[in-house]
Write a protein that binds this ligand. Structure first.
Ligand code: MG
Length: 214
């Protein structure tokens, strides 16, 4: 098997197993999108978990000399908590009785040689957004998936995206039998306010583009 023709992100995931719920095709779309809009400004993601999406976004940013801000409180979303569908006991701190994905995330960044590109921000997304001023070229939303959390993340972070920039939302399911409706409803709300245009969908990854003012 020739490895020099394989995409650097896929080569990395062949070598290191990183927990996560993003497909290769969705990841490659993140990588390509960061490169397309990198001239506009830095990128930001909400919901890094163990760093799977951060590697795709981060390698794209690194290739264009821009920065990825990776926001996650690292205490797990609703679905990661004990007893929930996506709970992972390896990420549970028994002494503190809470989830902690940050050590694994940090390890991923070092293994992927992305510590010169990715800035981890260990805090709730809402708190980070409160003072955020820098216009962003791309925001990837994959944090809490409940209707209220999805809505809040999409609302606050879509306002920080520069004209021409992209809002990319994971886990978009039109049909409720395929998955939870939080991210889909949040995406619809952003489209309804008229400042973004529908761009495309790659598997469950919805892509919107910020329109010029007026
Ligand atoms: Mg997701």
């Amino acid at each position: 098997l020739r490895t020099d023709s394989i995409h650097p992100a896929l080569r990395f995931f062949q070598k290191y197993k990183i927990k996560g719920f993003l497909s290769d095709e969705e990841g490659l779309a993140l990588y390509n999108s960061t490169r397309d809009v990198a001239h506009i400004g830095p990128c930001l993601e909400v919901g890094s978990y163990c760093g799977r999406s951060s590697v795709f976004l981060g390698l794209g940013c690194q290739s264009k000399n821009t920065t990825l801000y990776a926001v996650d409180h690292h205490r797990g979303s609703e679905e990661h908590q004990p007893g929930e569908l996506y709970h992972d006991a390896e990420l549970f701190d028994h002494e503190l009785q809470c989830m902690d994905s940050f050590p694994v995330f940090r390890r991923t960044l070092q293994l992927a040689k992305l510590e010169d590109t990715v800035v981890p921000i260990v805090a709730p997304s809402k708190l980070v957004a409160r003072d955020w001023q820098t216009p962003l070229s791309l925001v990837f939303i994959d944090g809490g998936h409940s209707p209220s959390m999805s809505m809040e993340d999409c609302r606050v972070w879509s306002e920080k995206i520069a004209v021409g920039g992209l809002l990319m939302i994971h886990d978009i399911f039109e049909d409720e039998r395929a998955g939870g409706q939080g991210p889909y409803q949040a995406m619809q709300a952003v489209l309804n306010n008229g400042r973004f245009a529908w761009e495309e969908k790659i598997q469950s990854l919805g892509v919107l583009r910020r329109l010029p003012e007026g």
